[in-house]
Ligand binder design. Structure first.
Ligand SMILES: Nc1ncnc2c1ncn2[C@@H]1O[C@H](COP(=O)(O)OP(=O)(O)OP(=O)(O)O)[C@@H](O)[C@H]1O
Length: 340
């Protein structure tokens, strides 16, 4: 039970929106397609579903070529950003639509709808009109409808992006638990790294129609293949260093990275890769922004040690810092990536 995509190219006129994409999704695995707006994520997902004609390439399920198989015969479940529920039907009828489309006997509908509503955390909502649901509830119903016929692959295109930030974070956690619990194979499109990392086992990073990197979430996060991927994954400062015995020495201080090989390395620092500390490189605070979990700083290190005039850093929310203050910064391995 696996999806395999090879050399997939999609043109809109003469413009190539997806170029030679290849990916595999194994049984029970969740893969996220991650990339900036316009990078080709939705086009690739739509091409896999059969909604977008391929210019070239092949999509296979369990080795079978799907090119002659229409969308509704592929056994895939789809969830889009705005759910696309039927506004004149209640919750149960929306979910049962998925069952009717796949010839599930009517006598089984009530029990299946009840079980699906329980799965998405909406027990008892059968008779609720969909126009009376919150955005998060509507997306849960859309998910239940897509899951109703037990699809062999679930495809989710920015399923949470219409929701406000707090709800989105919670729903991402719930959805991750649901996908794991039901062991469903899924492909998720998102431009949000946190969402991708919460939900997926593996990620494929797209840029300009090409898959730049593909791999386990942790590996892609810790070892982006190049500076563009690193920047997209939140790296704001690059610094060269020398590794020896699992410790990397850089002009911005040293950091312990146990699996790094000895020799020259290039590090990518996310803002929390540099923290205000009692010891470390000295610099002057030039900007302060309060965030929920920390204070984000821009700091001008004295003497331009890394060949950069300013670096991003973080301080605890309790820190009372202002532009003009002097701070010391230490490297934190949690915010450090190894750029190949
Ligand atoms: N129907 C279409 N006709 C022509 N060009 C299109 C069409 N659909 C998408 N494109 C173009 O193809 C490129 C990829 O679009 P796509 O929607 O796949 O990107 P995306 O990564 O999903 O973006 P977003 O995150 O903004 O949804 C973009 O440059 C877009 O303008």
């Amino acid at each position: 039970m696996s999806l395999s995509v090879r050399d997939l190219t999609v043109h809109y006129g003469s413009f190539a929106a997806v170029k030679d994409a290849g990916l595999d999704i194994a049984d029970g695995e969740v893969l996220a397609l991650l990339g900036p707006s316009g990078s080709g994520k939705s086009t690739l997902l739509r091409a896999i579903t059969g909604l977008e004609p391929l210019t070239s390439g092949i999509v296979r399920w369990d080795g079978d070529d799907l090119s002659g198989v229409p969308v509704h015969r592929r056994g895939f479940g789809l969830v889009f950003q705005d759910g696309q529920l039927f506004p004149h039907k209640d919750v149960a009828s929306n979910i049962a639509f998925g069952l009717r489309m796949h010839d599930v006997p009517r006598a089984e509908h009530t029990d299946r709808v009840r079980a699906l509503l329980e799965l998405v955390g909406l027990s008892g909502y059968e008779r609720r009109r969909v126009t009376e649901l919150s955005g998060g509830q509507a997306q849960r119903v859309a998910l239940a409808r897509a899951l109703a016929p037990e699809p062999r692959l679930l495809l989710l295109d920015e399923p949470l992006s219409g929701l406000d930030a707090g709800l989105r974070e919670q729903l991402a956690i719930d959805l991750a638990a649901l996908l794991r619990r039901s062991k469903i194979t899924a492909l998720l499109v998102t431009h949000d790294q946190e969402e991708a990392f919460t939900l997926a086992d593996r990620v494929a990073v797209l840029d300009d129609g090409e898959i730049r990197q593909e791999g386990a979430v942790r590996r892609v996060w810790r070892q982006p293949v190049d500076e563009n991927v690193a920047r997209f994954l939140g790296v704001t400062t690059f610094v060269d260093g020398e590794a020896s015995g699992g410790v990397v020495r850089t002009p911005l201080g040293e950091v312990s990275l146990p699996d790094v090989e000895d020799g020259a390395v290039r590090l990518g620092l996310r803002p929390h890769g540099l923290r205000v500390a009692s010891d470390g490189v000295e610099g002057e605070v030039t900007a302060v922004v309060h965030r929920r979990e920390h204070v984000r700083l821009v700091v001008a290190p004295g003497g331009d040690p890394a060949g950069v005039s300013t670096v991003d850093a973080v301080a605890p929310v309790t820190a009372d810092l202002r532009p003009g203050d002097t701070v010391r910064l230490a490297l934190d391995p949690d915010g450090v990536a190894l750029v190949s």
